[in-house]
Design a binder for this molecule. Structure first.
Ligand SMILES: O=P(O)(O)OC[C@H]1O[C@@H](O)[C@H](O)[C@@H](O)[C@@H]1O
Length: 356
C-alpha cells in the first residue's frame, strides 16, 4: 500500500462525537496495566499496555478465542506468550534487531487524542495506544516514529487492530521495517490425529476424512519454509492441516483467510488490509506457526502440551519491507471474527467461508 501524505498537524480528537467510556484501565498480571473492552452481549477483549498486546478476546458465551500460555511471563523484557504480539520494526530474524523487534516488549501509553480515524459509529468500545521510541530504542534503531494502534471491539464481537506508523524524523531520512500481527488462536486440537485413518481410507477408497483444524485460503500458494533455511516451496493439496511443526511464510495470501475448527464448531475469519506484497496490492504474506512437541518443551514460557491448542496465523509484511519517507504514514488493519460453523466432512464450501 502506498503511504498517504501526512495528515493535518493539529487534528480534532477522534472520539469527540462519541460518548465515553470506551474502555476501562485495570491492573493485570504482575501489576501490569491492561485495558478492558466490553461490547454488547458480553463480548470482551483485554489489551496490555506492555507490548500493546491483546491477551484476551471472548465471544458472547464468555469463551476465550485467543491462546495465551499458562506459563506466559508478564514481566519485561520477555514478550507475553500468546494473544496478539505486535512485531515491529522487524519480523522474525529479518534484520539485526532482536527476534520480532522491540514493540512487543515496550510499555505503550494510551493516546486519548489520536488523529482522526474513520470509525464505524456502531463501535462503542475501543482504545488507542501509542509507542514512540525512547533514547535507548533510538540507539538500536535510529529512526523517529509514532506507532498508533487502535484496538476495537465491534457490535458483533469482531476484533479489529488498526496500526498507523508514521515517520516523524526531522533529518530527512526514510526508514524501512517489517511487521506482523502475531495472532495466537485458541483451537480444540491442532493434531491431524487421524492421518493414519485417512491414509487407510484413501487406500481403501472408503471416503474423505477432514481433520479438526484446517486453514483455508493458503492452498496451492508459494511459501518460504523457515524450518528449511527459508527455501521456497509450493503448497500442495487442499486446505492446510497439521501433523508436525510448521513455520512457513506464505507469500501472497488473499485478504481473507479462514481457520476452521471442526471440534469447536467455530470458524475464525481473518481480514487484512494494507499489508503490501511485492507485486499485487491485494495479497500479502501470512506466517503459519506451531512449535509442536519438541520445541514446546524447549520454551520456558510455554506448557509442554499447549501446542495442541494453539495456532499462529500471522498477517505480515516480511519479504517486502515497508518504507516511509519523513512525514509519511502507513496504515494496516487486521479484523478478526469468530463465527459458528457446523460443517461435517465434505460439506464445507471454502468460497462461502472466504467470500460470504
Ligand atoms: O518465540 P518468539 O520470538 O515469540 O517466536 C515464535 C515464532 O514466531 C513465528 O512468527 C516465527 O515464524 C517462528 O520462527 C518463531 O519461532
Amino acid at each position: 500500500m502506498a503511504a498517504p501524505p501526512p495528515s493535518s498537524p493539529s487534528p480534532p480528537p477522534a472520539a469527540a462525537t462519541q460518548q465515553p467510556p470506551f474502555y476501562e484501565l485495570v491492573k493485570g498480571a504482575s501489576g501490569l496495566e491492561k485495558v478492558l473492552l466490553r461490547g454488547a452481549r458480553g463480548f470482551s477483549a483485554e489489551v496490555y499496555l506492555y507490548g500493546a498486546q491483546v491477551t484476551s478476546w471472548k465471544n458472547d458465551h464468555a469463551e476465550e478465542l485467543l491462546f495465551v500460555s499458562s506459563k506466559a511471563i508478564f514481566k519485561p523484557p520477555k514478550a507475553i506468550r500468546g494473544g496478539i504480539p505486535i512485531c515491529f520494526p522487524q519480523f522474525g530474524t529479518h534484520g539485526n534487531l532482536e527476534q520480532h523487534g522491540f514493540a512487543r516488549n515496550r510499555l505503550w501509553t494510551i493516546d486519548d487524542n489520536p488523529p482522526p480515524l474513520p470509525v464505524n459509529p456502531a463501535i462503542k468500545s475501543f482504545v488507542d495506544l501509542i509507542l514512540r521510541p525512547s533514547d535507548e530504542d533510538l540507539k538500536i534503531w535510529p529512526h523517529s516514529f509514532e506507532f498508533r494502534l487502535r484496538v476495537a471491539l465491534g457490535p458483533n464481537g469482531d476484533l479489529s487492530l488498526t496500526s498507523r506508523i508514521r515517520n516523524t524524523s526531522t533529518d530527512g531520512r526514510s526508514f524501512s521495517y517489517t511487521f506482523a500481527y502475531h495472532t495466537y488462536f485458541s483451537v480444540s486440537d491442532i493434531r491431524n490425529i487421524c492421518m493414519q485413518v485417512f491414509a487407510l481410507m484413501v487406500l481403501t477408497g472408503l471416503g474423505l476424512f477432514i481433520s479438526e483444524v484446517r486453514v483455508e485460503g493458503l492452498e496451492t500458494m508459494d511459501y518460504l519454509d523457515n524450518l528449511k533455511g527459508k527455501e521456497r516451496f509450493t503448497e500442495q493439496g487442499d486446505a492446510i492441516v497439521f501433523e508436525s511443526e510448521i513455520d512457513k511464510v506464505y507469500l501472497a495470501a488473499p485478504s481473507k483467510i479462514a481457520i476452521i475448527d471442526h471440534e469447536k464448531k467455530r470458524t475464525f475469519v481473518l481480514t487484512k488490509e494494507g499489508l503490501p506484497d511485492a507485486v499485487i496490492a491485494s495479497v500479502s504474506p501470512v506466517v503459519v506457526w506451531n512449535p509442536w512437541d519438541k520445541k514446546a518443551k524447549a520454551m520456558q514460557d510455554f506448557g509442554d502440551g499447549e501446542y495442541k491448542h494453539m495456532l499462529c496465523v500471522e498477517p505480515a509484511a516480511v519479504e517486502k519491507p515497508i518504507t516511509l519517507k519523513p512525514g509519511e504514514e502507513w496504515k494496516g488493519r487486521l479484523a478478526l471474527s469468530a463465527v459458528p460453523s457446523s460443517y461435517c466432512s465434505g460439506q464445507l464450501d471454502p468460497l462461502k467461508v472466504l467470500q460470504g
